[in-house]
Design a protein around this ligand. Structure first.
Ligand code: CTP
Length: 455
């Protein structure tokens, strides 16, 4: 019996796939088809796969050519599968010519001619109209957004707005997009906006963008008061629009995997989480001079609270803060202590004090440790009582990591809510609630709420 194997994503199953499977089957007597997992596709840069793994498997089965279907989840798997299943022929489309020659060591490699003028990429583009996105704000993070957005198919950055027209023009020239002086005209030119302006302006921009019927991806911290977050989410829902808080960690594949493992029982019941992120900032930077909204917690607090709220939940019993302050009263270093019935969490961040920046999740059977930069989760270890008993996990974190949240934002716009669990509306409301409490503790609350409110 001649065994043949082939692999693919098989998203939006099309004629090219059908013809490939048909010819693959004709090469032998028994056809094995490997279908990629979503996580594996993400790590190799395919960010917009539309069908779920189950749907893609079903479609491969429905073709009637596959005798067996397996799941492909890592790059080195093909050579192992070929040996394990005693495969005689590996085949794949001609778009891959040469790339799998190394498998000749294990079996015969055949490249089949690709069917012309059809691909999942073409179908995805046809199905989802291109979303034109505009950026509000022209700072550091906005600079990172454009190259990352270019890697996500289906989204096109076209416009920028900054009340300081000169900054907008400079930014627009660099990235070859359009600068707008009028906010109304800016909204007219786009379908969605990415808000990367100073924290305290988010609330008003989100509100005005939603009023103009635009989807919104807003940098963290989305807003600085719980009621504002609630109000905006409700308004977005009524309008049928997507409002999405951009905390890049929440959407990166490594962090999603880490949460899955933390909640799987592998380290027992989770009792303590310590998350730390420090970044020495220039004392003259906005972050360390804006006495109303600057400081380490408003800047980095969203990251360090994220694992605590995702794992232990938002129903903490007690919350308190300790800060070390600079001469202008801004916090250079802050610890937020969350107390739960049977667990606790410490979120530590600093712009003027440097620390190791580690995430440790402790449970009744072991602990998970992620070294800095854990907020770009790429590698973590699970330890148990016996120090030799260590399990290691890794995931790719590509570029600046914004591509993951942009891709999830786009999927939500296109009607898939499969990514919503990564950072729910409830999570964002809870995060805003903690920010509000922090500002209140610091005596900065009146400003935050009053200036955010639009009459
Ligand atoms: N294939 C083909 N002819 C096409 C499209 C795909 O023969 N027009 C083959 C590929 O070469 C591969 C298999 O079908 O062997 C699965 O490909 P996959 O990557 O899932 O499909 P694409 O349409 O190429 O997907 P994408 O556009 O996302 O790259």
């Amino acid at each position: 019996m001649t065994k043949v194997i082939t692999y693919g994503t098989f998203d939006l199953f099309h004629e090219g796939h059908y013809r490939l499977l048909q010819r693959a089957k004709e090469l032998g007597d028994y056809l094995i088809v490997g279908v990629t997992t979503e996580e594996y596709d993400q790590t190799r840069g395919k960010l917009n796969v539309m069908d779920s793994l189950m749907t893609r498997i079903e479609n491969v089965k429905k073709s009637g050519f596959a005798d067996e279907v397996l799941i492909e989840s890592s790059p080195g798997q093909k050579a192992l599968d070929i040996q394990k299943y005693q495969v005689d022929i590996f085949t794949v489309g001609s778009d891959w010519v040469g790339q799998f020659d190394y498998l000749n060591e294990y079996c015969k490699v055949i490249y089949l001619e690709r069917t012309k003028n059809i691909s999942s990429t073409i179908l995805r583009a046809q199905k989802a109209s291109i979303q034109r996105i505009g950026i509000i704000g022209t700072g550091r993070i906005a600079e990172r957004f454009i190259p990352e957005a270019k890697l996500v198919s289906g989204i096109n950055t076209e416009a920028v707005y900054n009340p300081h027209l000169e900054s907008a023009k400079r930014f627009a020239k660099k990235w070859e997009i359009d600068a707008y002086e009028s906010l109304d005209e800016f909204y007219d030119a786009v379908d969605a906006v990415y808000i990367a302006s100073p924290h305290e302006t988010h609330y008003q921009y989100i509100q005005s963008a939603l009023r103009h019927k635009k989807h919104v991806l807003c940098e963290k911290p989305m807003v600085l008061a719980r009621s504002q977050a609630q109000e905006l989410f409700e308004y977005a829902k009524e309008q049928g629009l997507i409002l999405f808080e951009g905390i890049k960690t929440a959407y990166c594949p490594g962090f999603t995997k880490l949460l899955g493992i933390a909640c799987s029982g592998m380290i027992g019941t989770i009792r303590n989480i310590e998350a730390c992120f420090t970044k020495l900032e220039n004392p003259l930077s906005r972050e360390l001079t804006d006495v109303k909204y600057g400081g380490s917690f408003t800047e980095l607090g969203s990251y360090v609270m994220l694992p605590i709220l995702k794992i232990l939940g938002s129903q903490f019993q007690e919350l308190r803060f300790d800060s070390i302050k600079g001469e202008n009263g801004l916090d250079l270093f802050t610890k937020a202590y969350f107390t739960y019935g049977e667990g606790m969490g410490t979120a530590t961040c600093g712009l003027g004090v440097k620390s190791e920046g580690r995430l440790v999740i402790s449970g009744t059977l072991g602990y998970i440790v992620v070294e800095a930069p854990w907020w770009k989760t790429a590698y973590f270890e699970v330890h148990h009582e016996d120090p030799r008993d260590v399990e290691k996990f890794s995931e790719r974190f590509l570029g600046d990591g914004l591509r993951y949240e942009i891709s999830d934002f786009l999927s939500m716009i296109n009607g898939s809510s499969r990514s919503e669990y990564k950072l729910t509306r409830g999570d964002s409301v809870a995060l805003a609630g903690v920010m509000e409490k922090f500002l209140e503790t610091e005596g900065r609350e009146m400003n935050a709420v009053m200036e955010g409110q639009v009459k």
